[in-house]
Write a protein that binds this ligand. Structure first.
Ligand SMILES: O=C(O)C(=O)C[C@]1(C(=O)O)C=C[C@@H](O)C=C1
Length: 356
């Protein structure tokens, strides 16, 4: 018992030291904030944050686990940044969506997250500078791309400043936590599609209803035990529901990728991605000729999508992600050559790669 008390006393002492150091650190951050404001520089600096996480991981001697260093420092940085200015972040709501979770994962708990009801509103909010950044979903590893998000980039001046990966797990939940009470299941079409096998095996006689978000489904389920929602753990907490069945998705390895949008153009970190959109002439080999520029510079392409241009029937806009930063020499050279073979090219942004 004495040993336990002694150890706790030592922990108290260390915690006091940590707190003292956090305050020392916070004072420096306030100073940095003043300089950045004077120089009109963005307060949020993702490249610096990434460098901090990477450096600390590389010097960690343990036993504190490497994989939690980022979580701890994410919150330290988030709280420190709030001393420079509370970061307002718009996201595709309502509260309790996976996008909400992604926003917290990226910006930490000290940021003020503002739920908006659709992707266009998030773009508009950031464009009108009513908040610093926006968080929107771009693709799911099972269901593919979120078309609305891609289409928004056609007419927007916003840049992609970051990406966030979130492992998605869907749970069935209702008020009572009892399966026999359920008559209807509500969820977002993507979540329903991802749980198709489980639903056809276990919920044949239950009506499935599509709504605009998993959180909306949880909100509806809050009022009536005969209604269940397929939603995230976050929604369960937010809406006071009980889990009936955990992880009902058909496949594991279910990730959703989110984008951070804003006017910030992050500096290179050595582990970046660049997103572009372009259109081509309707000629044999035009896509091949354009993309050759990346192969010639040995640049890996991580994604390609096409969407109708909406300007003219059967004309397409292509979206491509490549490894590297616009300030990396090979990327610069490749894009210069690439631009000679396309009708229109828009750089959507270079940003630090998200951690999976
Ligand atoms: O280095 C800066 O520019 C800071 O404002 C400090 C700090 C930090 O807490 O370390 C805070 C926010 C930035 O996004 C990056 C780093």
């Amino acid at each position: 018992m004495d040993r336990l008390n002694d150890l706790r006393k030592e922990i108290d002492k260390i915690d006091e030291q940590i707190l003292k150091l956090l305050n020392e650190r916070a004072k420096l951050v306030i100073e940095i904030g003043k300089i950045k404001k004077e120089q009109n520089k963005p307060l949020y600096v993702p490249s610096r944050e990434k460098a901090i996480y990477e450096r600390l991981k590389s010097i960690n001697t343990g036993p504190f686990p490497d994989e939690y260093i980022k979580n701890v420092f994410r919150e330290i940085i988030s709280a420190s940044l709030s001393l420079e200015e509370v970061q307002k972040i718009a996201y595709l709501g309502p509260e309790g969506t996976f996008t909400h979770l992604a926003g917290i994962k990226h910006f930490g708990l000290a940021a003020k997250l503002i739920p908006l009801s659709n992707i266009s509103d998030v773009f508009e909010y950031v464009e009108k500078k009513r908040c610093a950044y926006g968080v929107i979903p771009i693709e799911n590893s099972l269901e593919g791309v979120v078309n609305h998000t891609l289409d928004m980039f056609m007419d927007s001046a916003l840049k992609i400043c970051g990406e966030i990966f979130l492992e998605v797990s869907h749970h069935l939940m209702n008020l009572s936590g009892k399966f026999e009470d359920i008559r209807k299941i509500y969820s977002h079409p993507h979540a329903i599609a991802q749980c198709r096998k489980w639903l056809s095996k276990n919920a044949r006689n239950i009506t499935i209803v599509e709504v605009e978000s998993t959180a909306k489904a949880a909100e509806i389920a809050k009022g009536d035990a005969s209604v269940a929602a397929i939603a995230s753990e976050m929604a369960e907490i937010q809406y006071g529901l009980k889990i009936v069945e955990k992880s009902i998705e058909d496949y594991t390895n279910n990730y959703t990728r989110f984008l951070v949008i804003g006017f910030n153009e992050p500096a290179k970190t050595g582990n970046d991605k660049t997103s572009i959109m372009f259109s081509l002439a309707h000629k044999a080999g035009s896509l091949y000729n354009a993309l050759k520029a990346f192969a010639e510079e040995n640049i890996n392409m991580t994604k390609i999508e096409s969407r109708p241009s909406k300007r003219k029937a059967w004309e397409y806009i292509f979206y491509v992600d490549i490894d590297g930063h616009i300030d990396d020499e090979p990327v610069k050279k490749a894009l210069e050559n690439f631009s000679k073979n396309v009708n229109m090219l828009k750089i959507l942004g270079s940003y630090p790669k998200g951690e999976k």
